[in-house]
Design a protein around this ligand. Structure first.
Ligand SMILES: [Zn+2]
Length: 92
């Protein structure tokens, strides 16, 4: 027996949307849920490498500025391409 994560209503097996609140049932769209989680991880690393990029300008203990900048740019590209993928999913 599944339950809605939002309002805790009991859900029938195979139901993709909560009848009570309209919340999308976890597991019905595993791909978008996984990519949503993945984008959070990417976001975290993007902020982290962004912070390192700025910090590397002022502190010697951090990795070289060019390496931090490269990591930030790569993460930003991954994030933006993933955002486009998610938008495509929404349209379908
Ligand atoms: Zn619900």
């Amino acid at each position: 027996m599944e339950r809605c994560l939002d309002c805790n209503s009991t859900l029938k097996k195979g139901e993709t949307e909560c009848w009570a609140c309209g919340h999308i049932v976890a597991g019905s769209q595993p791909s978008s849920k996984a990519s949503g989680h993945f984008s959070k991880v990417i976001n975290f690393f993007l902020y982290l490498s962004g912070a390192f990029t700025i910090a590397s300008l002022f502190f010697d203990a951090t990795p070289p500025f060019s390496r931090c900048l490269t990591a930030t740019v790569v993460l930003f590209l991954v994030k933006s391409s993933m955002g486009q993928m998610l938008q495509k999913d929404d349209k379908e």
